[in-house]
Ligand binder design. Structure first.
Ligand code: FAD
Length: 149
C-alpha cells in the first residue's frame, strides 16, 4: 500500500517528500529541530484521523501528532506526522467559565477569545504554544506556580 492510498483516503492535506508544501508542513515551530518524517497529514476531521491510523496499522508506520512542534525533539523519523491545525474551533461558555477548543488551537487564540468575556486561561507564557500539547505535556505559564499541580 503506497502513500497515494493515503492521499485518497483523507479529505485534508497529505504532503510527501518532494511536494511543494512538504518542507513547510514538516517544519516544527522549533526550527533548530530537523524532522525527517515520511508524510505529513493535515487532518480535516475525525474520519481523517481514523483513516491515518488505519493506514498506519496496515503499513506498520508510527503516527505522531504535533499541533505546533513547540516541543519537537527530532525523534520521529519515518513516522506519519499528523497536524491538527485545522481543528481550530473555540467555544467559550462565559457563564460556566469553560472553554472548549479544538486540538489545533494555540493559547494566544484562547486568550484573545476569553478576554472578550473578561476571562483568561491557565495558558503557556508563549501565545503560540498549543493548548493540547501544553495541557498534556506541560509548559510554563504565568499562573503555573499557583494553579498547576
Ligand atoms: C525550545 C522550547 C521552548 C519552549 N518555550 C515555551 C514557552 O516560552 N512558554 C511555554 O509555556 N512553554 C514553552 N515550552 C514548553 C511547551 O509548552 C511544551 O513543549 C508543550 O508541550 C508544547 O505544546 P504544543 O502543542 O505547542 O507542542 P507540540 O510539539 O505540537 O506538541 C507536544 C506534544 O503534545 C502531544 N499532543 C499534542 N496534541 C495531541 C493530541 N491531539 N493527541 C495526543 N497527543 C497530543 C504530543 O505528544 C506532542 O508531541 C517550550 C518547549 C521547548 C522545547
Amino acid at each position: 500500500m503506497s502513500f497515494e492510498n493515503l492521499r485518497t483516503a483523507v479529505r485534508g492535506g497529505v504532503m510527501l517528500p518532494g511536494d511543494a508544501d512538504f518542507d513547510r508542513a514538516a517544519q516544527p515551530w522549533n526550527t533548530t529541530v530537523a524532522q525527517s518524517v515520511a508524510a505529513v497529514v493535515e487532518v480535516a476531521d475525525a474520519l481523517d484521523v481514523a483513516a491515518v491510523l488505519e493506514y498506519a496499522r496496515q503499513t506498520g508506520r508510527a503516527v505522531v501528532t504535533q499541533p505546533t512542534g513547540h516541543g519537537a525533539t527530532g525523534d520521529i523519523d519515518d513516522a506519519i506526522l499528523v497536524r491538527t491545525t485545522r481543528f481550530n474551533s473555540i467555544d467559550i461558555d462565559a457563564e460556566q467559565r469553560v472553554a472548549r477548543v479544538g486540538s489545533g488551537v494555540k493559547w494566544g487564540q484562547v486568550q484573545a477569545a476569553a478576554a472578550a468575556h473578561g476571562l483568561t486561561g491557565l495558558a503557556g507564557s508563549n501565545p503560540v504554544v498549543g493548548v493540547t500539547g501544553y495541557t498534556l505535556g506541560g509548559g510554563f505559564g504565568w499562573f503555573a506556580s499557583r494553579h498547576h499541580q
